[in-house]
Design a protein around this ligand. Structure first.
Ligand code: GLN
Ligand code: ZN
Length: 768
């Protein structure tokens, strides 16, 4: 008899209750007691849902007030000095101070824990997901001691409510791997200090009567240095003591080279991601340690498609025969990465909705799979298989999904489609003649302040309170104002300000064929922030204008070049739920062709400069080294496909807002954008060292001021930045622009900052 297991359930609540409760607490509108109450309700509800679906041991520790890695840091007392309380206590407010910093005007927070202003801990992407965790900060003499008891308290809470808890926490090696050393030392040297804290915690679980704990070791799917592989042996041998049984959980990719290592550890079971890496099942089973539990991650925890039950059943039937009740059926990873409940959706089309499963539906799928495996001949099982087959069939042949013309176009792509007519050296001369720009040309990244007015107009239009004509007039009035402001500032390449865009992916998805949108399909990104990714369900096609009317209108208002503004294919792909019936590469190329058509249409409408934003290029990188180069190859090709339909004289810009370029510079160069604007101001132009060393050939706009801060930068400060940029990059190749879009800023700051920026450019021009 196979059993059911879950690695974690969404913590935000089906109506984003946690988000609301957190934000209300942070703004001082509700008490901590009220917040704690909401958390309790969410946990109880989640446990009930899982127990009702036949999951006997419910995960505990998957809930977090902000982030589960942060909770673990607090648990072990890993609190940066700047956030420590005088009395060494760790409270909920300590967690929030670490997560958010303390220069925000939180009324709920009295700053006793941080003595005024303290920077937030760094946040970074959780493997290749869009979830972000707080990076643990380790000191050289870091002590680890149980100092915050949330996970123990919640274990007791589950017990008291009559559930069988399975505590879930990051294992010691992955925890160290994900942190950063504050100073020059090897963080792995901290392992001997860390292990007693884990021993202590495991013993406490044991004393509470816990049967199983799940130790997540996602680092096991990475290409680990030898000393880190060895650390697994040391760590898990040290945990051989008074403790519950350990389920070691890997996810997001295959164990690959670490497979033998994982199988050699003294634990009691192993979780495998069989959605991302089904190929690992066979070799693992050949070496399966006697008595171990296999938690088979067979339901996709990161996407929204219903499981093909027949295919899952066929895969697992022989495993069930081999392992009996030592087979646990599970999602591929924590359901943290899934939206909560499909039943909330009222507006999804009846055609598409039956293809989907959110977290709650994934629990149902687990239950169905268990029924199939444990009782395959039962009429209920046959009916389940039949029903699943019908859905699979319906989706595979739906005319909503399959557009022959799109597939043909991708199939017929030649290398010419991803190449500009001439090389950069030739193009840039024609562009200079066409655009007639001064040295150190000034521009912005696209968005201007998104005022309350703009948001209200957009939402009134969505709700049908104003008609299309009224909406267009209101947006045109905005654009007129933004263009006038830029002319007054004397910027060189103008933008229309993007007032019509709620979000840089959703906006395009809504206009392209092949995308669906949910009302409540929220997934936690970090803390109280959630994203609602569009669903790419079918072949993507551009069958209407995406941006031309806005850009053409904006261009009609000025003699200066108006920059058309688009989101690139990789960013649209990375920030959406992807298809599981075609490859990411094929999908990226479909999107690329749709964007290419828009780029050509913009050129035809008289737009001479077109920016294709790709802030997500780096995010799309796969976890394993060997997969990175192939990804970068097709990703940069997709970008070039989108950019290469235009004449040499049309200038293509791209924009990226992160600062780790070193390892992907060859790919940035391979994108062959005429101009790239990047975030650099906070790194003091150090980022350009890599561009200099690489001899990056095309134009660069290193951001000269940080748009995340309301500070207005001084002219001299920007001049200094540009001077240091000019030492590394040929000044003829330099542009002057902010780090990123200005949508979160207000008008007075924006005007003041841009005025200083334009003055800085003019001062430098005078010295040329
Ligand atoms: N063009 C977008 C803007 O200015 C770019 C945003 C981004 O890079 N994330 O808002
Ligand atoms: Zn940006």
């Amino acid at each position: 008899m196979a059993l059911l297991s879950n690695l974690g359930y969404p913590r935000i609540g089906d109506q984003r209750q946690l988000k609301r409760a957190l934000e209300s607490y942070w703004s001082g509108q509700s008490s901590q007691a009220e917040l704690i109450e909401v958390g309790q309700q969410i946990r109880l509800h989640n446990w009930q849902e899982q127990a009702a679906a036949g999951i006997k041991q419910v995960p505990v520790g998957d809930f977090a007030w902000y982030d589960h890695v942060l909770t673990l840091s607090a648990t072990f007392g890993v609190i940066p000095t700047r956030h420590r309380n005088a009395d060494h206590s760790i409270t909920l407010d300590t967690l929030f101070a670490m997560a958010r910093g303390t220069d925000s005007n939180d009324q709920a927070h009295d700053h006793t824990c941080c003595k005024g202003q303290s920077a937030a801990c760094e946040m970074t992407k959780w493997f290749d997901t869009n979830y972000h965790y707080l990076v643990p900060e380790f000191e050289q003499k870091q002590e680890f001691k149980i100092s915050y008891t949330q996970i123990l308290d919640e274990t007791k809470e589950a017990l008291a409510a009559g559930f069988t808890p399975k505590p879930v926490l990051l294992g010691p090696v992955s925890y160290l791997w994900l942190g950063k050393a504050q100073g020059e030392f090897n963080k792995l040297d901290l392992l001997p200090n860390l292990l007693p804290a884990y021993q202590d915690l495991l013993a406490q679980f044991k004393d509470l009567g816990v049967d199983w704990v799940q130790l997540d070791e996602p680092a096991l799917v990475l290409d680990l240095p030898l000393e880190w592989q060895a650390a697994y042996q040391t760590a898990y041998q040290a945990l051989e003591q008074h403790r519950p049984k350990i389920l070691l959980a890997s996810y997001f990719d295959s164990l690959a080279d670490n497979q033998a290592l994982a199988l050699s550890l003294p634990v009691n079971g192993l979780h495998l991601d069989l959605v991302r890496a089904p190929e690992q099942l066979k070799p693992v089973l050949q070496n399966w340690p006697a008595g171990w539990v296999l938690s088979a991650g067979i339901i996709n925890g990161r996407n929204i498609w219903k499981t093909d039950l027949r295919s899952a059943f066929n895969k697992l039937k022989p495993v069930a025969e081999q392992l009996g009740d030592k087979l646990w059926l599970a999602p591929s990873c924590s359901l943290l990465h899934s939206p909560v409940d499909l039943n909330s959706e009222q507006q999804l089309s009846d055609e598409i909705k039956p293809w989907l499963a959110f977290a709650k539906q994934k629990l149902d799928e687990l239950q169905q799979l268990k029924q199939l495996i444990n009782d395959p001949q039962d009429p209920v099982s046959l009916e389940l298989l039949n029903h699943s087959d019908k859905i699979v069939q319906h989706r595979a042949t739906s005319p909503l999904i399959h557009r022959e013309d799109v597939k043909q176009r991708v199939a017929n792509l030649t290398s010419a489609a991803s190449q500009r007519y001439s090389d950069f050296a030739t193009r840039i001369k024609q562009q200079q003649a066409h655009l007639n720009l001064p040295a150190y040309p000034t521009t912005t990244i696209g968005s201007f302040p998104q005022t309350a007015d703009i948001r209200q107009t957009r939402s009134a239009f969505k709700q049908g309170k104003i008609d299309n004509d009224q909406y267009i007039k209101a947006m045109q009035a905005e654009i007129r104002q933004v263009v006038a402001a830029q002319e007054a500032l004397d910027l060189d390449v103008l933008v229309h300000g993007e007032p019509e865009r709620n979000d840089m992916v959703e906006y395009f998805g809504e206009l392209l064929d092949g995308f669906a949108f949910t009302q409540y399909g929220w997934v936690q990104s970090y803390g109280s922030r959630c994203v609602k990714p569009p669903i790419i369900y079918g072949d993507v096609k551009r069958s209407r204008d995406l941006s031309v009317s806005w850009s053409a209108f904006a261009q009609s208002l000025t003699n200066k070049p108006m920059k058309g503004m688009l989101t690139g294919p990789i960013t649209i792909l990375c920030w959406s739920f992807n298809r599981d019936d075609i490859s990411r590469e094929a999908c990226a190329k479909q999107i690329a062709l749709a964007i290419r058509d828009e780029v050509v249409a913009l050129e035809e409408a008289g737009i001479k400069v077109i920016q294709i934003d790709e802030p997500a290029l780096r995010e799309g990188l796969p976890l394993k080294e060997a997969a990175k180069v192939p990804y970068l190859d097709w990703a940069t090709e997709a970008f070039r496909i989108s950019a290469s339909g235009v004449k040499d004289e049309t200038q293509i810009h791209t924009h990226m807002c992160y600062c780790e370029f070193n390892d992907i510079l060859p790919s940035i160069a391979a994108m062959d954008a005429d101009v790239i604007t990047i975030e650099t101001s906070r790194s003091n132009m150090e980022l350009l060292d890599a561009f200099e060393a690489f001899q990056y050939p095309n134009d660069i706009g290193p951001g000269v001021y940080d748009i995340h801060s309301p500070n207005v930068p001084e002219q001299t400060w920007m001049i200094n930045l540009l001077k240091s940029a000019a030492e590394k990059i040929n000044p003829e190749r330099l542009w002057v622009n902010p780090d990123c879009g200005l949508k979160t800023r207000n008008w007075p700051e924006t005007n003041a900052a841009l005025k200083n920026m334009v003055d800085a450019a003019k001062t430098l021009r005078a010295t040329c």
